[in-house]
Design a binder for this molecule. Structure first.
Ligand code: UDP
Length: 578
């Protein structure tokens, strides 16, 4: 690769890269610069081009990958940035592991999860195959301890393995709503610390939702033989789930039948779980690498107005799809079974970040029909182009090997290189590196107080809001500090009304708009969408029920809610919430 000039990056980006991404020697000294990081990643991934007879010139492709990453138009998920070209070489963020109903099966999964965490990946599990608590154990004559008790072993193992030394293991546990231990599972995170390395979600079926609506009982199923084993009143279970989610955000809910309607390879298996943050449903032993396009960098200004630059977006999406497909080739998976599954389906998950920034730039309120229409249009475009790029790759590299066992069998128009192409990730750290709003979320605050180490407090202002405040002449340090305290500008009459309408934060957006936005993106996403519905502290359980009902009706694949202050160690908080 050609030498590139000094990269212009913000202090925040530099800090995150130095702390977690740049190579270090055993003594902790930095061994690479941010430029070298992106060169390492670009060259490593572009090496895959050399594997194909009619692949492109790896050094030219590396240049293009370097450019798109350092312009912060596209970034691959964290494990790719951390491990590409390094000894570990494991590049995917998302895994799902099977947990079979035997001691061997359970401890295999614990071991495999540890290996994945070490490489920076997150793991999802369905515990639905485990026999219920107090069932007989044939070989010993004793009784089984049930899914929740085994989850604690996974949790402890995770606690001991820091992910690649840089991030703590993240896990998702899913239990089907018809598992006999479902009530114990729903309550299992009431004591916040017991399963602190798990997100949990109840796997809900259409039959269950129907039973809720009709006020009926539904059967619990013994996972060992598929026979009914008692029944529960659907509404009681739904209310318990809602209460618990209202109480502290866990469990979330995933709609398993909806997810499996989009399963591209039902012949290979049924989808039972997602990755830790819920955006990536996968088959057992499957992994997926994600990447995100920064929408706030794919814009053009015309006559003083900002619009989406669809040409730039298309170019970025095509390059990103090539990047993610090449990543599959270059990744070293921790288990042979995972390698085989990944290379059979070749799933990739391209998504977007910086959506809220884009809306700020375009002057569109997040909570408006116009924003929802823009979401449909932009994501529709990203998905169509991603599919087209994947089909184009299939022409020279071949379709994904399992295509004849997929829903695309015999369909020339959908002969893809990748069984799935799109996923909306949370982009928790990627968005900090790219300096944009995360995923498709509204911004959390326009101005907030950052506590620095010596106890000082700094007021940090959203750069797009600051620019508008200065341009419109209402900027003052005093006002910014007050906004950090109040958390919203909705009622500040000294700020022009049109500015107040556009610069909304997560808490100004009602649950209905959160779900409508999630559904709009889901309509154009092969996999799923990471989204949190924020609620004020005083929100009621009825409001949570309305959110769940609406998410089901609008065909979302899952929902996560978060009521302000309901987790003790809330990471980000507007300063008066305490
Ligand atoms: N993830 C993880 N541990 C973490 C953060 C993320 O295992 O501390 C995994 C998890 O599967 C999550 C996925 O990475 O769903 C994507 O998360 P995000 O987009 O926030 O990651 P980023 O690439 O921004 O670090």
């Amino acid at each position: 690769m050609k030498e590139s000039g000094m990269l212009k990056i913000s202090d925040n980006t530099r800090t995150v890269l130095e702390r977690r991404y740049l190579k270090k020697d055993p003594a902790g000294n930095l061994e690479e610069t941010p430029e070298e990081l992106f060169q390492r990643v670009a060259s490593c991934i572009a090496e895959a081009e050399g594997y194909y007879e009619d692949g492109l010139d790896p050094s030219e492709v590396a240049e293009a990958f370097y450019r798109v990453m350092t312009e912060f138009k596209f970034l691959p998920n964290s494990p790719t940035l951390m491990n590409a070209g390094n000894d570990l070489g494991q590049l995917a963020a998302c895994f799902v592991l099977p947990v079979d109903d035997s001691l061997e099966g359970i401890f295999d999964a614990v071991k495999n999860a540890a290996l994945i965490h070490k490489s920076g990946g997150g793991t999802g599990f369905s515990f639905s195959r485990l026999r219920a608590k107090n069932c007989r154990v044939g070989s010993t004559g004793g009784v089984a301890s049930g899914p929740v008790s085994f989850m604690k072993i996974f949790n402890t193992a995770t606690e001991q393995v820091k992910q690649g030394g840089t991030r703590r293991g993240a896990n998702m546990a899913i239990l089907r709503v018809d598992h006999p231990d479902i009530l114990e599972f729903i309550g299992c995170k009431e004591d916040n610390e017991a399963l602190n390395n798990f997100n949990i979600s109840v796997g809900v079926t259409d039959a269950f939702m129907q039973a809720v609506r009709q006020g009926e009982a539904y059967d619990l199923i013994d996972p060992r033989n598929g026979e009914p084993r008692g029944s529960l009143d659907a509404r009681t279970v739904y209310e318990t789930l809602i209460h618990q989610a209202w109480f502290n955000g866990d469990p979330g809910i995933v709609f398993l039948d909806r997810i499996n309607r989009d399963n591209p390879t039902p012949e290979i298996g049924e989808i039972e779980s997602t990755n830790p943050c819920g955006e990536q449903p996968l088959l057992p032993m499957e992994a997926c690498n994600l990447g995100s396009v920064n929408l706030s960098r794919c814009v053009a200004v015309q006559g003083g107005k900002t619009r989406v630059d669809y040409e730039a977006l298309k170019e970025t999406v095509w390059l990103a799809v090539r990047f993610l497909d090449d990543t599959i080739e270059m990744s070293r998976y921790p288990l042979a079974a995972i390698d085989e599954m990944v290379k059979g389906n070749r799933k990739i998950g391209l998504g977007v970040m910086g959506f809220a920034d884009l809306l700020f730039m375009m002057g569109i309120p997040y909570n408006s029909d116009e924003a929802v229409a823009l979401a449909e249009k932009v994501m529709g475009f990203v998905q169509a182009e991603a599919h087209e790029a994947s089909r184009h790759l299939a022409v020279s590299r071949g379709a994904f090997p399992n295509i004849d066992k997929s829903v695309f069998k015999g369909d020339e128009a959908r002969a893809y290189r990748n069984a799935t192409c799109t996923t909306i990730a949370p982009t928790g750290t990627l968005s900090i590196i790219a300096g944009c709003s995360s995923g498709i979320e509204p911004v959390f605050a326009l101005s907030f107080v950052r506590r620095v180490m010596d106890g000082d407090e700094l007021v940090e202002v959203n750069p797009l809001f600051e620019a508008t405040a200065r341009a419109r002449g209402f900027y003052s340090d005093e006002l910014m500090a007050r906004i950090a305290k109040v958390g919203t500008i909705a009622h500040m009459e000294e700020i022009p009304e049109d500015v107040r309408a556009v610069f909304v934060t997560a808490h100004d957006v009602s649950p209905e708009w959160h779900i409508r936005m999630q559904a709009a993106f889901q309509n154009h996403t092969d996999n799923a969408v990471s989204k949190t519905v924020n609620l004020p502290r005083q929100a009621s359980e009825d409001e949570v029920r309305d959110i769940y009902d609406m998410a089901f009706d609008l065909c979302c694949k899952g929902v996560t809610i978060y009521r302000d202050g309901s987790k003790e160690n809330q990471v980000l908080s507007v300063s008066d919430a305490k």
